[in-house]
Ligand binder design. Structure first.
Ligand code: MLT
Length: 403
């Protein structure tokens, strides 16, 4: 990670919305101005040559906290956090200069292109700013190029690694409570290809793709083995990891999942859902899925969780959702694998899961030698969101038991 110069910029009346606050588009303009000024003041003022290498903003995520008004001076810090062959990531933080309050933080994935728009390598001057190792700042979303797919991943903490794999149609933020609390472990939560902030390539998706992506993620982070913790579709990926990359799996945590493949009725259900996403988009999928994902008590009393689910579902591109449905439709039967699983395993089920009966999840624990089983009350299919404290405690105790 490398910091560039801080830049102070003034908020003008034109930068403000009808209520007098710095507007979103103006904030993005200030970030852009600050990064060019920061680059110009860096060790190599001409890092980019417009004819040969040009950094395009490929993806932006913005979190806003406080407002600024006309006349405020804003200090913008720019940090380079990660570098791939042709991409790099900048994190910019805007603070009110007079009181230091953070106005917003932006995460900008930059892709280097030439005059024709073709991808080219990151210029050496930028690489020199990084050194050779990708930086992993706690709690920050990193973008890594894995098997030619730009993959978003949250990483926090040091220690042995635990890799969290989300379900369908969700993303890495499913795990945010566990990521925040399981200290003593390096917590790693990627968005699977096609979901959340990761790219959605056009090719057909398979469970093998997801598992190979995760092995590539461990390679990129130089991690030999991780505890693999998957929820539902994430559990299907966990089984595939065990099948294809056995030596990378230190232990398994399987939450609200099943080992059986889709039967004909389930396959028909996948086809119907693919048609729904194609015709009506991710919003329609959210309408159908949310009442099934949550247990009745969460549905009645957890509006923030409902909102979070809707945000996750509608943020994923249709192509990625269809890719996941296709991958699940074609997945292998993992029941023959269960008796061969010889790593410590914890199986967790939400007692009110409407998508996968708890008896189905429990049968996984019955078939894996020595596996533990825990039932979480007042939780449906997305137990880590509905009962984050209970799930975190159960997972934490299991991790401790690994010694
Ligand atoms: C999931 O939560 O990942 C899905 O509901 C799994 C499935 O549809 O089989």
């Amino acid at each position: 990670m490398s910091s560039l110069h801080s830049i102070d910029l003034l908020v003008n009346p034109d930068d403000c919305d009808a209520y007098g606050h710095l507007s979103g588009p103006s904030l993005l303009r200030l970030f852009e101005k600050a990064r060019w000024e920061a680059f110009a003041g860096g060790p190599e003022p001409d890092m980019f040559e417009p004819d040969k290498v040009w950094p395009l903003v490929r993806k932006t995520t913005l979190e806003s906290y406080e407002s600024a008004v006309a006349g405020n001076l804003v200090t913008i810090d720019t940090v380079l956090t990660n570098q791939g062959d042709s991409t790099f990531t900048l994190v910019q933080t805007a603070k009110r200069t007079h009181d230091g309050a953070i106005i917003a933080q932006g995460n900008f994935l930059m892709a280097c292109v030439d005059g024709e728009g073709e991808r080219v390598r990151v210029p050496p001057a930028v690489s020199q700013l990084f050194g050779t190792r990708p930086s992993l700042r706690p709690g920050e979303t990193q973008y890594l190029a894995l098997r030619e797919v730009e993959t978003a991943v949250d990483i926090q903490g040091d220690g042995r690694a635990i890799l969290f794999v989300h379900g369908f149609p969700l993303d890495r933020t499913l795990w945010r409570h566990l990521i925040a609390t399981l200290s003593g472990w390096q917590r790693i939560a990627p968005d699977l290809r096609g979901m959340g902030l990761s790219d959605a390539p056009d090719d057909g998706y398979t469970m093998a793709d997801y598992a190979d992506d995760l092995a590539a993620l461990l390679d990129a982070l130089r991690i030999e083995q991780a505890v693999v913790c998957g929820l539902s579709m994430g559990g299907y990926v966990g089984f595939e990891m065990f099948r294809r990359h056995r030596d990378r799996v230190a232990a398994l945590i399987l939450v609200n999942t099943r080992a059986e493949p889709d039967n004909e009725t389930a396959k028909q259900g996948r086809d119907n859902m693919i048609a729904l996403v194609e015709q009506d988009g991710a919003g329609a999928l959210a309408d159908v899925m949310i009442p099934k994902l949550l247990g009745p008590s969460s549905m009645a009393a957890m509006p923030r969780v409902i909102e979070h689910l809707r945000t996750m579902i509608t943020a994923s591109p249709g192509r990625g959702l269809i890719g996941a449905l296709t991958a699940m439709r074609g997945r292998q039967d993992s029941t023959p694998l269960l008796p061969t699983i010889d790593v410590p395993t914890l199986v967790v089920a939400g007692r009110d899961d409407q998508l996968i009966p708890t008896s189905t999840t429990q049968s996984i624990a019955n078939a894996i030698p020595g596996a533990q089983f825990t039932l979480i009350p007042e939780a449906g299919h997305v137990a880590p969101l509905e009962q984050p404290v209970a799930v975190s405690r159960v997972v934490g105790e299991f991790l401790e038991s690994l010694g």
